[in-house]
Design a protein around this ligand. Structure first.
Ligand code: FE
Length: 734
């Protein structure tokens, strides 16, 4: 086994291209198995392409990692990893499959069913060594049991199946003939990842390897193991001479840039602008997955497919210097015309893309929300923020200790998975509401999030506010709780309640003191309006109250950014470095706490003072009224009509969902295809042929901007999934 390199990973890409072409031809199963075997043989003859994260064993059972899923579910490729002594039950696959041994050794025992229903070993036990391949299918024999043959070595085999094996219902058997159905799933696919089961198809040149990173997920929790406390800077200067493959910089080799008509900005220029705190938006236009693998610290992620929907909110001023880059995919050059059409005037591409940045000495960082997460680690290190492990907190809970566990994440995140007994108090609300939730000064307050940052910042916020209670963070949040073998609950609903005026006053006084200590000015509304009218500065105005309060009425032009999330996701909310940030609330607590943290992170921030309910009357969300016009007229279909269309088999309609993959996985119109919007033109041929195509997405916004789609000569329509659900949920079982 040697470290992966771009060249060795290309080996896997080539394999995917070959298998894709093979299933395109749709030969007989025997021909397919024969030819696919040769492809797999070539792939596993080299042990230098499998990323280490896909070869991690579990001590008790096999781990199955999804390496690739065909967009049409015609085949999937997985790594199958076994710790010493682990075994599978007797099981089947229900589709054709090829298992090639890459590393270590496995025993494979085929089984046959007797006339009385019992399953018995059939034939010899097969000793699989590296390079060996076995085939299964319902036609040639599909039931077997597998176990690691070595007591001291992890086994890794590469499997190809004729379907999306982790999502398929298979069967496990006991020798007495009894049967259980199971769906194996994937060790590297969480809810947030599941949409990767439909990644872009492999074409020539082959599609990229799909890495196990979060795509289009709002979950800002760390994607690293909790033992890794800091985002990992990776640069030529900091890499050890033999870096572990997982730290390899996923950049292309620096190549001469193809000629293009756009301005080019060098690493040196960008660095100088950042150091001088000049306004600049450094925009990574790749999808979130590759962005999370490697990017400059202060780059924001605005994928090519989301530019029209997000750019005005994240980069308000049209003459902001905007530098876009990719990693050689060509997306940057495609993004420039989109920004141009939206009115942006100071556009350039980063010289030689991501590889050029690294080659010029720029550091690259892994993960998302890196500036905020790094700041959280700095706070913990500097302020010695106390924290308890999951087992320590569990012991306190079991003993019935006088304590409250406050979950500092947004409500939807809390609802998806939380610690039993935790009360949801999003981070920006903590100082305002903790006194009411823990009225006795001896009650211990434990703050948790999904990982680290929001728990640390939340706990330190309470400590800084002078609350008398003992306060600590839950170390590594719900992730640490799970890794400790403890159970989480779904659908919890314990939320904060009303607070007394006395508690509000105490919280406001302490928050104001913190605001002054952080040197944050409080300004009149007129000052903010003056700032907003300036043509040479970007000014963001954030409403840091809850989204529900924002929806009831807010300051005109303000963006909803609940305080805790704003601190956690500065790169998402504030697209322009060097810009000016204004926050407000209506209680004097939440804005002050948020601003005190933003100031410590280096932002120029101010708080609007003396906001009254009369000032919070606007009900227009910024994103609603600032979508750019489409390049072509759109037909809009209402849900009942669409339902009729879909039922008409003689005039076939096909729905294409171009929303975010996470939402698609949670719910979508029956039969809808999910395509990455940025690759619609390339991937459209994969969609079943139809007489009519209907574009949709989670909230209908993406589909307003279909202008750059190379569409067939059929009507394109738009339907909002929200409306569709309201009208048809009962009958369509979304
Ligand atoms: Fe198997």
């Amino acid at each position: 086994m040697s470290a992966t390199t771009p060249t060795s990973i290309a080996r896997f890409h080539h394999f995917l291209a070959l298998i894709t072409r093979l299933v395109d031809i749709a030969p007989t199963e025997a021909e397919l198995l024969s030819q696919a075997r040769q492809c797999l043989q070539s792939l596993i003859s080299h042990d230098d392409w499998l990323l280490p994260e896909f070869a991690q064993p579990h001590p008790q059972h096999y781990q199955q990692y999804l390496l690739y899923a065909d967009p049409q579910d015609r085949f999937s490729v997985v790594s199958f990893v076994g710790a010493p002594r682990v075994s599978t039950p007797i099981h089947d696959h229900t589709v054709w499959g090829l298992m090639g041994m890459l590393r270590g050794s496995e025993f494979c025992q085929p089984y046959s069913r007797m006339s009385d229903g019992r399953w018995v070993p059939a034939g010899f036990q097969i000793d699989m060594l590296p390079g060996d391949i076995e085939a299964v299918s319902p036609r040639i024999g599909d039931v077997h049991k597998v176990w690691n043959a070595l007591a001291d070595q992890v086994s890794v085999s590469i499997h190809v199946y004729g379907g999306n094996i982790g999502q398929m219902e298979c069967n496990s058997y006991r020798e007495d003939g009894s049967r259980s159905k199971f769906i194996s799933g994937y060790a590297n696919i969480t809810t947030a990842h599941e949409a990767l089961l439909h990644p872009p198809p492999v074409a020539a040149p082959p599609a990229p390897l799909i890495p196990p990173v979060a795509i289009a997920t709002p979950d800002p929790s760390p994607t690293v193991a909790p033992s890794v406390v800091l985002p990992v800077p990776v640069s030529d200067a900091t890499l050890p001479t033999s870096p572990p493959p997982s730290n390899e910089i996923p950049t292309q080799a620096v190549a001469a840039e193809a000629p293009h008509p756009y301005a080019v900005t060098s690493y040196a220029h960008i660095k100088a602008a950042l150091l001088a705190k000049e306004e600049i938006a450094l925009v990574d236009v790749r999808e979130e997955g590759p962005y999370a693998q490697s990017h400059p610290l202060f780059a924001i992620n605005l994928p090519y497919g989301r530019i029209e929907v997000e750019a005005y909110r994240r980069i308000p001023r049209r003459d902001t210097p905007v530098v876009v880059y990719d990693n050689g995919e060509g997306l940057a050059l495609q993004a420039i015309p989109v920004f141009q059409r939206m009115g942006y005037s100071q556009l350039s591409v980063m010289q030689n893309g991501l590889a050029g940045w690294a080659a010029a000495g720029g550091e690259l960082f892994r993960d998302v929300n890196v500036p905020s997460k790094s700041f959280g680690e700095l706070v913990e290190a500097q302020r010695k923020t106390p924290s308890f492990s999951a087992h320590e907190v569990k012991a306190l809970l079991d003993r019935g200790s006088d304590m409250v566990l406050l979950d500092a994440r947004p409500f939807d995140e809390y609802q998806s998975m939380s610690i039993p007994g935790a009360v949801n108090v999003p981070g920006g609300e903590l100082v305002l509401r903790a006194r009411s939730l823990a009225p006795s000064p001896t009650t211990r307050i434990v703050v948790n999030c999904a990982g680290r940052t929001r728990g640390i910042i939340g706990a330190q916020s309470l400590i800084n506010s002078g609350i008398p209670n003992p306060v600590c963070a839950l170390r590594n949040g719900t992730l640490g709780w799970t890794l400790a073998g403890l159970d989480l609950v779904k659908g919890a609903t314990q939320c904060f309640g009303e607070i007394s005026d006395n508690d509000r006053s105490k919280a406001a006084a302490s928050a104001l003191a913190l605001l002054f200590r952080a040197g944050v000015p409080r300004v009149e509304q007129a000052t903010v309006k003056q700032w907003l009218s300036e043509t040479d500065r970007n000014t963001y105005v954030f409403d840091v109250r809850t989204p529900e309060e924002y929806a009831q009425g807010h300051w005109p032009g303000a963006i909803s950014a609940p305080g805790g999330q704003l601190v956690q996701e500065t790169d998402h909310f504030i697209g322009v470095r060097g810009s000016r940030v204004v926050v407000y609330d209506d209680d004097g607590v939440r804005a002050s706490m948020t601003a005190s943290w933003l100031a410590q992170m280096g932002w120029q921030v101010a708080v609007i003072k003396d906001i009254t309910s009369q000032d919070l009357q606007s009900k227009t969300a910024v994103s609603e009224d600032e979508l750019p016009l489409t390049l072509a007229p759109l037909t809009v279909v209402d849900p009942p009509t669409l339902k009729t269309w879909l039922a008409n088999r003689s005039n076939l309609s096909m729905v294409i969902d171009v929303g975010d993959s996470t939402t698609y996985v949670k719910r979508h119109i029956p039969g809808a295809w999910w395509l990455l919007r940025s690759q619609l033109a390339q991937d459209f041929s994969r969609v079943h042929k139809a007489n009519r195509y209907v574009l949709t997405c989670g909230d209908g916004r993406f589909t307003l901007c279909r202008g750059r789609v190379a569409a067939p000569a059929t009507p394109w329509c738009r339907g909002s999934l929200v409306a569709w659900r309201q009208c048809c949920m009962a009958s369509c079982r979304l």
